[in-house]
Design a protein around this ligand. Sequence first.
Ligand SMILES: [Zn+2]
Length: 150
Amino acid sequence: MANASVAQSINRQTVAAALAAARSEAAEHRAWINAINRAALNLEASSWAFDGDVLRIASASTPHVRYTVDAHGCPCKAGAAGKPCWHRAAWRLLRKAAEMAALAAELQAAEGLDLRAAMQAAAAELIPLTHYARAWDMATLQRAADELYA
Ligand SMILES: [Zn+2]
């Protein structure tokens, strides 16, 4: 999915929706929650590029150092030691945002939803917990989204 349309689907709104979903999914894992929260802050402040598969992101602590993060991991100190790092959390966040945005675009076309409602429905669809939402029942999807964002 490395293409221009992926990059276009990554914006403040899609990342915010992915962030809410990621926090919900990682609720039991304190280290990942910390990494996700730091990733959200650093994505605002750092320079980065994401093509759908690979994230290139500047180190927050060491000037001029850039990390290349993909599905296999991150080369930073924490990542190399197998610990959660904010770069990997950022990769997950952007990947989730791209997946949600792609599904939301389908929902917008099929159901005439606005972007916010479509992103909520997409979050509900993509999270394993709400597997019942796969029936594409919009009332169920909306209820799941309401729970997620409550
Ligand atoms: Zn890292």
